[in-house]
Ligand binder design. Structure first.
Ligand SMILES: Cc1ncc(COP(=O)(O)O)c(C=O)c1O
Length: 366
């Protein structure tokens, strides 16, 4: 629940007849492609006393001058979380651990020398925007993806941190992240690195994703969906995979790379760690050598690999591409552990299983 219940938010909404009709959960929904009717904007203007009153306005382009800091020095951070319609009481909408996103958003901003959005303002803004767009929170298996973004707005191309910032939040209906739900193929990137110790790897900033694109292009050219990143120093320890954290299953033991500072601390990762322990798995966070991963797949002791993140929840990895070799994981099949964890987590998110860990937050203003 947002603490600043009294924070005022202005609503300048489209008349009903000008609003679009949300898709049906049965429709094909391309991830992130359809924005809803409204967005939220909240500026930080030191000359006007700091954070201004957030406004929910019709979704539309907004103007920035070409010399804005965001375009030149990359002061941009973002978040990704979802709102879920309860499967048992469909009039209720929930967020999943949104305070984690609020905190990570602030940490990302600080890492880029930006003005962090106070966590209570962040939470209040997403509650209000989702309340306005509640008809777009489709029923399971669909949900509403929320993309808060913060940019540096000062003008002038001299290199420095911006003093003024814009927070904007857009939302889009989401269903399956990948076209194929059968398991993804992942390319082990050995040329570029995503992050280094002391760098910005644990911040969710656009720059990290931009510098990762050539590797994604190489991966796609080979038919893989995602890139598996190795550490920046020794280039042998597994870090993460595309926009997901990664986990390896050895029977009833699951291991995942420890958070070294160059990995994004995923909300899904932390939830799976708790959930897996609760379900009786042994869960270990450690440095994981890619050489050992490949040996263990060959030996048959490593039984499953999966990525985890908000967008795709859990994505089984059924193939690794390493140079010219294609290595099947679990004989190219989706494994039972990934499927079990996915079902357990989704059932909590949609209210079909008890919220044992207190992860859900009811939409405050409906
Ligand atoms: C680089 C990266 N790693 C991991 C994740 C998973 O994080 P979360 O579970 O919070 O979505 C994401 C997605 O946000 C990501 O972009």
């Amino acid at each position: 629940m947002p603490q600043s219940g009294s924070l005022r938010i202005l609503r300048n909404l489209l008349p009903r007849h000008k609003r679009k009709t949300p898709p049906s959960p049965a429709d094909e929904i391309q991830f992130g492609q359809t924005q809803t009717d409204h967005m939220l904007i909240c500026d930080y203007l030191p000359a006007k006393g700091g954070w201004q009153v957030p406004e929910i306005v019709p979704y539309a382009p907004f103007q920035l001058t070409p010399d804005s800091v965001v375009f030149h020095y990359g002061q941009e951070v973002f978040e990704g979380l979802k709102a879920y319609r309860d499967s048992v009481q469909p009039d209720q909408i929930y967020f999943f651990r949104p305070e984690q996103n609020a905190r990570r958003f602030a940490n990302s901003a600080l890492r880029l020398g930006m003005q962090p959005v106070p966590e209570d303002i962040f939470l209040k803004c997403i509650h209000e925007l989702v309340a306005v767009e509640k008809d777009w929170v489709l029923e399971s298996p669909a949900s509403l993806y929320i993309r808060p973004t913060l940019i540096g707005m000062d003008t002038g191309v001299s290199y420095r941190a911006s003093l003024a910032y814009r927070l904007f939040v857009i939302v889009s209906p989401a269903k399956n992240y990948y076209k194929r739900e059968t398991g993804v193929s992942v390319f082990i990137e050995r040329q570029h690195v995503r992050a280094v110790p002391g760098g910005s790897g644990e911040a969710k900033c656009g720059g990290n994703y931009a510098a990762a694109l050539p590797a994604l292009q190489r991966a796609r050219a080979l038919g893989a969906e995602q890139v598996l990143w190795l550490d920046g120093l020794e280039r042998k320890f597994v870090e993460e995979v595309g926009a997901m954290n990664i986990m390896f299953v050895y029977g009833d033991k699951i291991i995942t790379p420890s958070l070294t500072g160059s990995i994004l601390p995923g909300v899904t990762r932390s939830s799976i760690i708790q959930l897996a322990r609760h379900l009786g798995f042994t869960m270990e966070e450690k440095r994981i050598d890619i050489g050992e991963v490949l040996t263990d797949i060959a030996k048959g002791t490593l039984t499953e690999v999966f990525g985890c993140g908000t967008a795709a929840v859990i994505s089984p990895v059924t193939e690794l591409l390493d140079g010219d070799s294609r290595i099947e994981v679990n004989k190219g099949k989706v494994g039972p552990v990934a499927m079990k964890l996915k079902k357990e987590l989704i059932d909590i998110q949609f209210g079909r299983a008890p919220d044992t860990f207190g992860w859900r937050t009811l939409l405050a203003s409906q």
